[in-house]
Write a protein that binds this ligand. Sequence first.
Ligand code: GLY
Length: 359
Amino acid sequence: MKIIIIGGGVAGLAIGWRLAEAGQEVTVLERSQPGGGATGASAGMLAVTAELQDASLEEMEFARYSNVLWPSFAEKLEAVSGRKINYAAKGALLLADDAAALSRLSRQAGPGRVLLEPPQVRALVPLVAADGIAGGLWSASEAQIDNRSLGPALAVALQKAGGRILANEAAVRLERERDGRVIGVQTPFGRHAADAVILAAGAWSGLLDKAGEPVSPVKGQMILLAPPAGETVPGPVIWGGGIYAVSRAEGLAIGATMEDAGFDTTVTPQAREMLLRSAEKLMPALGRWTLIEHWAGLRPRAPDGLPMLGPTRSEGLWLAGGQYRNGILFAPAVAETVADQILGRASPIAAFDPRRFGT
Ligand code: GLY
């Protein structure tokens, strides 16, 4: 089968890798570089606890399943590509600033997730302010990866499996038969015929042609702080005070805003100040760290906040979208379900069926 994937982010590349390994003829059309959009702009966390506190049962099950797939997915990706993506289970610490917040967190306590008193929190992460927290929830096995290395590693793996990536080649139009069936993709450089087209263009998936997929962008701004000489970067992902902090080789990445700003990815002094002040309130020593980067990305959100994974109402057109805040976490399971649906080995997951929205 000839398959065109629109979008070289983590979803498109992981699906393409799986399909290429299954012997399909895969071409990924990427408007810039692999992993250059939300994949590279994200925090790289696999946040099964914090990001999914209000998730539906289906989404939670999907998240947990993907989380279980991640270690072997990462191991295989590194082995095949020869590139490191640094999967590391450094844990996640969710902080509560008052008794009510701690009581809410306590509902998530259970196997692998323990409630901590303030002294235990500080023993784990001494940077956290001595006062101002009522305790925390510690999820020891939660992991993170180097998301900036993920796109390039997946691109190598996909190509080694026989797939093709056309970078700097944006899809501008879907080609359809009279009956609406999708039979290819037009780019500024030519026409690509396909037996199946997978739209995996993140927040941009709703813009292409008349595909009409109801995905919209939610902007997130992040900053990166580098420590002064001699200070160490805490390992766990830390959540509290309206922000999160994720360790990077260079320091701590602090995120993120949630903005309805269309496709605007400019960074603003207001967001920078908000992130800096919130981070300092939570971990006062960060006031002495140096701001070295400030960036923005666009999360793809469906109207109900759930993923859209499977066939669309247009024959020949498939969707891998709406991952919203969990594109990295969901990637192995997204690759599995979308690729296997196309190969006729799996059915759509009802709650994530793209056809649940209108006509
Ligand atoms: N998962 C991180 C974010 O959406 O900001």
